[in-house]
Each structure stands twice: as structure tokens, then as C-alpha cells.
Write a protein that binds this ligand. Structure first.
Ligand code: SF4
Length: 354
């Protein structure tokens, strides 16, 4: 019997019944880990079910069209995860004959899989002795041992990883990791941890000192910046114009209308020079850009202020050299779009669509 035996008993009795806990298929475990990064279980669960039922093997995921994967991911946020997920799937299809490895050493070689995911997959799928340290485990450990090192510093990450490895039950790492994660999610919550019900309360330093709220320690975050995006929604009655966001910035690979970024919010008229910065409207003077919809969205380190301007015109007015995609309004739902454009579409369909 160790100090953690009560934790394992508690876990076996109270754990949530989640589908990825009923499998040791490394592909499905990896899928759940990718979906649950920075995402609550309640939000990620329907996505996990849809992905695991649509793509029952990693080969099916690897062969799926990007458009389909991005559409299924829509609403889950942090879209680079979907792009990386496809990338990893393709790599496994081409280099591992579609067989997802379950050992840490193979997993860590794969581009897109870091130490956290490699530890989670190898421990849950193959019971390998690697400690998993997610946000919940950081919180539990920091309180258990009153660790003053910030969890978001390089030194902190190293220290937490060493402590997690030290206390790992090497005879049943899968159970230990799952139980620690579940304790953080269900009992040792960020606000108001339920110490009375906690199976580790006899050993917890923060509980004894009453300093639970002071842990985990974090370094000050980078300040958020404000960005002002003007989306130009062309409406010819039948068609609109879309572009696919490329590069490493926000909303990678999602579709949106042509976009003009300005230094401040534009309340009245879109300046002519801004309009002309888009090739498609150059040399057209008499188009009316109506300010139809406005919304705000918060991303990590960015506050987005978006304004949607609608311009009605004839298809012949569009002087585009194949830069944009001409999308029919009827099929617009086939495109994976970011949350802001999705909000606009719902509003526009209800109030203005011709
Ligand atoms: S006793 Fe309280 S603070 Fe300590 S690990 Fe348990 S829930 Fe967290």
C-alpha cells in the first residue's frame, strides 16, 4: 500500500465513463488526446464520437479530404490541431503501413507528437511507465507538494515532469496517470477544490496550510493585442467570394470572405484605399459597402473585433484572377469556416439573404 492507493480506489469507484477509456487502440487514444487538448471533455466528446465513428482506422483519416476533416472540426477551435492530426495520420499511413505505434520511443519520433501525447498514448495503450502531466496533473502536483516554480516556465516543466516520474506507480502507470488526471478534473478543480472528498488530502501540503488557491504558480502571460478585421462579403445573389486562410496564423485552412485588417475599428465608411487594397474591387467606384454585422472574439493573446461589410454586385463586376473561390450561397455550408464567419452566416441567412 502506498500514499496513492486511496487515489486508485477512488478512481475505480468514481471515474467518468468515457469512450476512450474502453479501448487500448493507440489510434483512438491519440485521437481523444488531440481533441481534448485545451478543450473540456463535454465539448470534445461529440467530436471524438463523430471522428472515431467516421474514421474507424487511421488510414481512413489519412485518406479523408482536408475539407471534410476541417468541416468536422469546425467549432472546436485551435484549428492547427486538425491540420497536424491529418499530417500525422498521413505519416503513419506512409511510414508505418497505417499501424499506429503504441510505444513511447516510436511515438516521440513522429512529427506532431510531443512528450505529453507520447506519454499518454504509450501509458494508456501499452501500460508503459511514462508519467503524463496535463493541466490537471500540474494543478494536483503543485498543491500536493506546494511547488512554487511556475508551471509555464521551462524550469517548472522540467521539475514537474521529474516529480511526476518519481511518484509514478511503475506497476500500473495507466491507472496512476488516469487517476491523477481525473482527480484534477473532478476534485482538485482550479476554483474551490473539494479537499474534504479528496483521497490524497492526508498528504496534501496546500490543504494543510490552506493555500490551495495559491497553486499552481504561473508566470505573467503575454499581453493580448487587439486586431480589427473587416470582412467583405460579396453577394451577387447566387455567389459569394471566399479565401482559404494559409500560413501559421489564426484559423489556418479555414474559409472566410476577403479580409482587410485596419488599425482601428471602422464605424462608418470603409476607406476607398482599403477597398482598393483588394484586387478584386480595384477600379470599381460605385459599389456600396454596407456595414451589416459586428462581433468580437477572444483568442489566446488576441482580441478580435470583426465587422462584416456586404457589397451587392453583378458577377461581371468581380475582377478576380482566380485568387478567390466563387462559392454558391446554396453550398456555403460545405466549407469549414471560423466562428466569426459562422455567426455572420447565421445572421445573414436569417435577415438579409437574397
Ligand atoms: S487535498 Fe485539496 S488541494 Fe490537495 S490535492 Fe486534494 S483537492 Fe487538491
Amino acid at each position: 500500500m502506498t500514499a496513492f492507493t486511496p487515489l486508485y480506489k477512488w478512481y475505480n469507484k468514481h471515474k467518468r465513463d468515457l469512450p476512450w477509456r474502453h479501448t487500448n487502440d493507440p489510434y483512438l487514444i491519440w485521437l481523444s488526446e488531440v481533441i481534448l487538448q485545451q478543450t473540456r471533455v463535454e465539448q470534445g466528446l461529440p467530436y471524438y464520437l463523430e471522428f472515431s465513428q467516421t474514421f474507424t482506422t487511421i488510414s481512413q483519416l489519412a485518406k479523408a479530404p482536408e475539407k471534410k476533416v476541417m468541416k468536422m472540426w469546425q467549432g472546436l477551435g485551435y484549428y492547427s490541431r486538425a491540420t497536424n492530426m491529418r499530417h500525422t495520420a498521413k505519416l503513419i499511413l506512409s511510414h508505418y503501413q497505417g499501424k499506429f505505434p503504441s510505444d513511447y520511443n516510436s511515438l516521440i519520433q513522429l512529427k506532431g507528437i510531443g512528450p505529453y501525447t507520447a506519454a499518454a498514448v504509450s501509458s494508456f495503450a501499452a501500460n508503459e511507465a511514462h508519467a503524463v502531466v496535463d493541466g490537471n496533473v500540474y494543478r494536483v502536483l503543485s498543491r500536493l507538494f506546494e511547488i512554487e516554480e511556475p508551471i509555464n516556465s521551462q524550469q517548472g516543466k522540467k521539475l514537474f515532469s521529474e516529480i511526476a516520474t518519481d511518484i509514478l506507480d511503475k506497476t500500473n502507470p495507466a491507472l496512476h496517470n488516469q487517476a491523477m488526471m481525473e482527480l484534477g478534473a473532478m476534485i482538485c478543480k482550479p476554483q474551490k477544490p473539494d479537499c474534504l472528498e479528496c483521497p490524497l488530502n492526508l498528504h496534501c501540503r496546500a490543504c494543510k496550510s490552506g493555500r490551495q488557491s495559491q497553486f499552481p504558480v504561473k508566470m505573467q502571460k503575454k499581453k493580448s493585442i487587439s486586431r480589427f478585421l473587416n470582412f467583405i462579403v460579396v453577394d451577387t445573389g447566387k455567389l459569394t467570394l471566399l479565401q482559404k486562410r494559409s500560413g501559421k496564423g489564426i484559423w489556418q485552412n479555414l474559409y472566410e470572405p476577403p479580409c482587410i485588417e485596419t488599425k482601428e475599428i471602422i464605424s462608418n465608411r470603409l476607406p476607398q484605399e482599403s477597398i482598393e487594397s483588394l484586387d478584386v474591387f480595384r477600379n470599381i467606384n460605385n459599389l456600396l459597402f454596407k456595414r451589416i454585422f459586428e462581433c468580437k472574439h477572444q483568442l489566446t493573446h488576441q482580441n478580435i473585433h470583426a465587422v462584416f461589410w456586404v457589397v451587392h454586385c453583378k458577377t461581371s463586376d468581380i475582377k478576380d484572377k482566380n485568387h478567390y473561390i466563387k462559392a454558391s450561397w446554396q453550398n456555403i455550408n460545405q466549407f469549414a469556416v471560423h466562428r466569426l464567419f459562422d455567426k455572420f452566416l447565421k445572421y445573414y441567412t436569417l435577415h438579409h439573404a437574397s
